[in-house]
Design a protein around this ligand. Structure first.
Ligand code: ADP
Ligand code: MG
Length: 475
């Protein structure tokens, strides 16, 4: 029998605000446990939440980017449940009137574009963290994360494979980092997803029973967890059994999903409007302000790089695809440094170094200022592009200034044509057979002579002069 897969993702994006959704405690990652906890986050009686305007601004920015409807009046509800990392006994979320409704995201799967519709994106607070492995005999709780603003982005059940789910997640990652609404750091949990997966017979119009795999925090695990779950559900159905609606967790060590708890139904949470929080009204002026500060997105950037800076299409796309890279590029390029050269090095040489070290450009030793200097030294002829790669490798390790490296290692390009001429002459005299062969029609040998001159000058001879001089001497 043939089956088809239906997937809907609930993605939690941690909004990159400096303070929490309802308190002035810091949201910084990695601080000492329980040092960033306000009375509001502790849920002490007699304190009142105050909404964070920046969180709304970021949620609205996201909504505008996906062409959603923005509810200029939105409300907060309490979702009641007990858990040790939730001192209040309820989570504040947006159930009935979320800030963002509708909209869509385009994904690219092996070159095919598919649109995934978004149901809603609502604001809610994160819970604290229970830690079970710090002590042998007890569990402890860190409330630093409690109250951190999250945007929960809920998709329609329109994703049809694990691969599409990964593309969707990558598209979201790119979008939220470009909009600067979330830092996108999946290893720190800034972007994580719950995958709802069901199976049905091809042609069925009703959805099958779904399971929800909780808190998956890497692209690789999304793909693996969903693929495992698809296979498991098909097996259950083909055995004539029924899929049980439940919450499951993905164990990456065993590469399997396991039941966590049977799925709560919405009424278990006894949602009700939070009496401590008035509806939030966003004025038209505030909306205009947000629209005015809307950032340039990858597609627009790429088009601008091609038309204004004359960058190759492929390179423009790569440089504009990541926020860090495009910022770095734009900072490094000015009237004296060549944008084409910059893009070329970023995609080629620097791209390989980044891949090798598995880091982002802003985590490397190369600053945009130093890259700017390096570009200028290539353009003004101080060093060749080949030598630039040596300098780059040194900066990569040491972080030293490009000019300092060029000076200390004597890498300045040989411009003096008489020096190059002498070297070329010597090379030709030392290789009479090759010279004869070249003159007899073996044109390819020209590259050999160029190579020998470059070798003799340790790559420092100006390549154009070498070519010109050799041509003259061999004619
Ligand atoms: P809940 O909030 O209880 O998890 P929702 O109805 O809000 O449930 O749906 C959450 C997510 O599950 C959405 O992304 C939705 O598209 C997806 N979803 C709902 N039903 C199914 C199904 N049968 N198969 C796959 N995904 C589903
Ligand atoms: Mg859910």
């Amino acid at each position: 029998m043939s089956w088809e897969t239906v997937i809907g993702l609930e993605v939690h994006a941690q909004l990159s605000t400096s303070t929490k959704l309802f308190s002035s405690a810091s949201t910084k990652f990695g601080s000492e446990p329980n040092t960033q906890v306000d009375l509001v986050d502790l849920g002490l009686p007699g304190v009142l939440p105050v909404v964070n305007k920046d969180a709304f601004k970021k949620a609205i920015t996201f909504g505008l980017a996906i062409n959603a409807d923005i509810n200029q009046e939105s409300t907060f509800d309490r979702k009641n449940y007990f858990y040790p990392d939730l001192p209040k006994g309820y989570q504040i979320t947006q159930m009935t009137q979320p800030i963002v409704e509708g909209g869509s995201i385009e994904i690219n799967v092996d070159g095919n574009i598919k649109t995934i519709n978004i149901t809603r994106a609502h604001l809610e607070e994160d819970a604290g963290k229970s830690i079970h492995d710090a002590y042998p005999d007890k569990s402890v709780i860190d409330l630093n994360r409690a109250g951190t603003p999250l945007l929960e982005i809920v998709s329609e059940p329109e994703i049809s494979s694990a691969k599409e789910a990964v593309s969707y997640m990558k598209a979201l990652h790119q979008l939220v980092t470009f909009l600067d609404v979330c830092d996108g750091d999946m290893s720190q949990g800034s972007l994580r997803c719950d995958a709802n997966v069901s199976i049905r017979k091809v042609g069925d119009s009703e959805l099958g029973t779904r399971t929800e795999i909780k808190n998956i925090n890497s692209f690789k695990f999304i793909e693996k967890a969903i693929n495992f779950e698809i296979k498991r559900q098909i097996k259950v159905l083909e055995n004539g059994d029924k899929v049980i609606q439940e919450t499951r967790l993905y164990d990456s060590l065993k590469d399997e999903t396991r039941p966590m708890r049977s799925k709560e139904f919405a009424n278990d949470y006894r949602y009700f409007p939070d009496p401590d929080l008035l509806p939030v009204i966003i004025s038209d002026d505030e909306m205009d302000e947000i629209k005015d500060s809307f950032p340039e997105l990858p597609n627009e950037k790429s088009k601008r790089y091609i038309s204004e800076l004359k960058i190759d299409e492929n390179e423009a796309q790569i440089v504009s695809s990541s926020r860090e890279l495009s910022i770095f590029f734009e900072l490094a390029v000015d009237s004296e440094s060549d944008p084409k050269l910059a893009a070329n090095l970023l995609v080629g040489e620097i791209g390989s170094l980044l891949n090798k070290d598995n880091i982002k450009i802003n985590e490397s030793n190369l600053s945009s200022d130093n890259f700017n200097t390096l570009l200028k030294r290539i353009s003004d002829g101080t060093i060749s592009k080949k030598i630039a790669k040596t300098v780059l490798a040194d900066i990569w390790d040491s972080g030293k200034d490009a000019d300092e490296i060029i000076k200390n290692q004597g890498l300045v390009q040989i411009q003096d044509e008489s020096i190059i001429q002498d070297v070329a002459q010597k090379i030709l005299e030392a290789n009479p057979d090759q010279v004869a062969a070249f003159k007899g029609g073996k044109d390819k040998l020209f590259g050999f002579f160029v190579g020998q001159v470059m070798k003799e000058t340790q790559g420092k001879a100006n390549p154009k002069s070498v070519n010109d001089i050799l041509k003259k001497l061999l004619s």
